[in-house]
Design a protein around this ligand. Structure first.
Ligand SMILES: *[C@@H]1O[C@H](CO)[C@@H](O)[C@H](O)[C@H]1NC(C)=O
Length: 487
């Protein structure tokens, strides 16, 4: 009897979960179809070259911009701000992730301009230590809980204490949900801006691609959780007043799908230090010599990939594609920088692959310069991979998936490289055209990349854009562009 009960329950639950999966899948499909419709039916200004700050027709309120603030050239600001920042962690020791690098680059720069910055965070080495230190106007508070992640109630208590000292904070900034939405509501006047480094809508996109690439007979259980989480996210996003996206496509999703007021959604793309990532053929030659890569004789093509060598960064995809390409073209090489489980697999591919291990930060620029083309095979369409921007600043063209965040903001045109759909056939076809184009064409594309990257993705430009954004939040006069101090 017990057995029978048990088996009939199993049947019911498995059939209802099949239909649930089916519904989830259909809904996902609908969402993506509608999103593509939206992406293609909008006429946003993606062009990297048409916006000329010198053109008086660009005089406007910055809150109405439909392209990245980074494109404009902001002059110096003499007023000083007092800002509070919530960030999941602050880089200490290890090579930091994208969000940490963003916060670190941005706030060291703003503090160096004389703004008073208070960062509530924890140390990225998970040391669990409580600490306060300051470097000039940059004040850092580590408030970890026993697991080493941010104890938000403690951080918020310190925030409130400092808020009363001298004068009130001009604005509060959170890197993603470091300051949770229900706490954001407790900030006086709701003066909170959030920078999204990846939204759930894009994460669903990732999950869809991963599902399709690693397709088994059954859907992964993960997919069933995606729709409820999206609904949840859309419901809590309005708890934050202003939203900063790091790509044009995320901007469109927040306006069109999350239905946030257009004037409260802004694009400020990430920047990287253009003095660290520089075009230098000599450093490339040195790097090749050090790692035993053949000198370029015009016929060889050296491709490179970097980052954490894990599955969802798309390494199985590149592994498969490169194994095929190298059979057709024995003069193609792949340099693999980084560490992770896929290092071993790449090494199996033989003499055309050099696995370099994790590089020191100061070696990275030499690495990019040693390449003819940089490949980023990621299966995660969210955010903006800084490696693509670093490679472009070093004057290298890129091979990337054709995700909206990338084609709408970074590889906006084929002058900058090659894009593919996240499957082996498409990547092989793309690598094939890279090799057939040859090093001369790649060099030309690389030059175009460098120019574009220097016009859009400099860390200093990002800092100026945020500075102006916070000024605009404090005083509407600064929302106007250009001011007499702008150039
Ligand atoms: C967070 O900090 C508060 C003190 O502000 C403390 O009472 C609480 O136990 C801490 N929580 C954790 C999980 O460490």
């Amino acid at each position: 009897m017990a057995f029978k009960n048990h088996s009939s329950r199993t049947v019911i639950s498995s059939s209802s979960s099949t239909s649930l999966r089916f519904t989830t899948f259909i809904t996902l499909a609908l969402i993506f179809c509608s999103s593509y419709y939206i992406f293609f039916s909008q006429s946003f200004d993606y062009s990297p070259v048409t916006s000329s700050p010198a053109n008086p027709s660009y005089a406007r309120d910055l809150r109405d911009l439909a392209f990245p603030w980074n494109k404009l050239s902001f002059g110096p600001i003499s007023k000083k701000l007092k800002l509070a920042v919530f960030c999941k962690s602050w880089p200490v020791g290890s090579i930091p992730g994208g969000m940490e690098r963003h916060a670190h680059a941005l706030y060291t720069s703003l503090a160096s301009r004389g703004h008073e910055i208070h960062v509530f965070t924890v140390s990225s080495d998970r040391s669990n230590r409580e600490e306060y230190y300051n470097k000039g106007d940059l004040h850092i508070y580590f408030s970890p809980n026993q697991h080493g992640s941010l104890n938000c109630s403690q951080a918020f208590e310190i925030f409130q204490r400092i808020n009363g000292v001298d004068h009130y904070f001009d604005y509060v900034h959170t890197e993603s949900v470091s300051l949770p939405h229900w706490r954001a509501k407790m900030v006086p006047n709701g003066d909170v801006a959030v920078t999204w480094h990846g939204i759930w809508y894009e994460i669903m996109h990732s999950k869809l691609f991963q599902e399709l690439y690693y397709s088994n007979d059954h859907l992964s259980s993960d997919l069933q959780q995606t729709m409820p989480r999206l609904v949840d996210e859309i419901r809590f996003f309005p708890s934050y007043k202003h939203h900063i996206c790091i790509s044009n496509s995320a901007h469109e999703v927040l306006v069109n799908i999350y239905q946030l007021p257009k004037r409260n959604v802004h694009v400020i793309v990430n920047g990287v230090d253009h003095t660290k990532f520089v075009y230098s053929p000599e450093s490339g030659v040195r790097f090749r010599a050090k790692h035993g890569v053949p000198h370029s004789n015009g016929a060889d093509i050296v491709m490179g990939v970097s980052g954490r060598l894990v599955r969802d960064k798309g390494h199985p995809l590149l592994y498969e594609a490169f194994a095929l390409i190298v059979k057709t073209y024995p003069q193609v090489y792949l340099l693999v920088a980084g560490s992770g489980p896929w290092a071993k697999r790449y090494a199996e591919l033989g003499a055309n692959v050099r696995v370099l291990g994790a590089l020191e930060p100061e070696e990275l620029s030499g690495f990019y310069n040693a390449l003819d083309v940089f490949v980023n095979p990621t299966l995660r369409p969210q955010g903006l991979d800084l490696t693509i921007i670093e490679a472009m600043q070093c004057g290298k063209p890129v091979v990337t998936p054709n995700y909206p965040s990338i084609v709408g903001t970074v590889v906006v045109d084929e002058r900058f490289g090659y894009t593919f759909s996240p499957n082996v056939r498409s990547l092989v076809e793309t690598l094939d055209s890279v090799v057939r184009d040859g090093s001369r064409v790649l060099e030309m594309k690389g030059k175009a990349c460098k120019e574009y990257a220097l016009s859009m993705f400099k860390a200093t430009q990002m800092a100026s854009a945020y500075e102006r954004f916070f000024m605009c939040m404090k005083n509407e006069r600064y929302c106007w562009y250009p001011l007499s101090t702008d150039n």
